[in-house]
Design a protein around this ligand. Structure first.
Ligand code: G3P
Length: 218
């Protein structure tokens, strides 16, 4: 499964990319707002693309299809790694279809139902982003949606990749892996939670103490 980092924080992106932990990055307008308005968005997207060898989702910020296509063209010119993120609306799917026909990759975001995911695939989406955590937030089952999309895409041999988004904790990641999601995007905090285990810490402490007691240099 591909792991994407869900952030626009360049320091976190470099940290994870240099450790070889990520295959790409996803951003959205809220994540861009979090890192502040001191940078030109195009400059930040370019810096992110140069820091990671993989797809970098950059989202359009208008509601009409023509506007999305125009913004998509401008974003795609920044770097070959850019994937255009559009919302799961009729206008978003029109833009998805147009951009895909031009060879530009599209990530359709804000997916909350299996029929939405099916229509996004019809419109040629490279990635579909079901928002797991936000479904759980309203007492739904985000992982059930991932499983349903997996089955639908497998039934009809659809090659749109399932990008499990809004992952809030390691168990979401475990379930996404077991269900066969193609990609998962996670905030830096959750990425590092994935590698933590108290028995690893305890074991390492023991190894270090025993080595010290040996009194030798390596
Ligand atoms: O990639 C979409 C994701 O950032 C949404 O996450 O935690 O805001 O629901 P969240």
């Amino acid at each position: 499964m591909k792991i994407f980092l869900d952030t626009a924080d360049i320091t976190e992106i470099r940290r994870a990319a240099e450790a070889g932990l990520i295959d790409g990055v996803t951003t959205n307008p809220s994540l861009m707002a979090k890192v502040g308005a001191t940078r030109e968005p195009a400059d930040l997207f370019l810096e992110i693309c140069e820091a990671v060898d993989g797809p970098v989702s950059a989202e359009v910020v208008v509601l009409d299809a023509e506007g999305m296509i125009e913004q998509g063209h401008r974003l795609a010119k920044i770097h070959d790694n850019i994937v255009i993120k559009v919302p799961l609306t009729e206008a978003g799917l029109r833009a998805c279809s147009a951009l895909t026909n031009e060879g530009i990759r599209v990530n359709v975001t804000l997916c909350f139902s299996p029929t939405q995911a099916h229509l996004a695939a019809k419109a040629g989406a490279t990635y579909i982003s079901p928002f797991i955590g936000r479904i759980d937030d309203v007492a739904g089952d985000g992982m059930e949606l991932v499983g349903q999309i997996r089955q639908i895409y497998d039934n009809y041999e659809i090659d749109t990749e399932i990008l499990a988004a809004s992952i809030r904790h390691p168990q979401h990641m475990v379930q996404a892996l077991l269900l066969g999601a193609d990609c998962g995007t996670l905030p830096p905090k959750v990425l590092y939670q994935l590698l933590e285990h108290p028995l690893t810490d305890k074991g390492l402490e023991g190894f270090m103490a025993d080595w010290k007691s040996l009194g030798r240099e390596l």
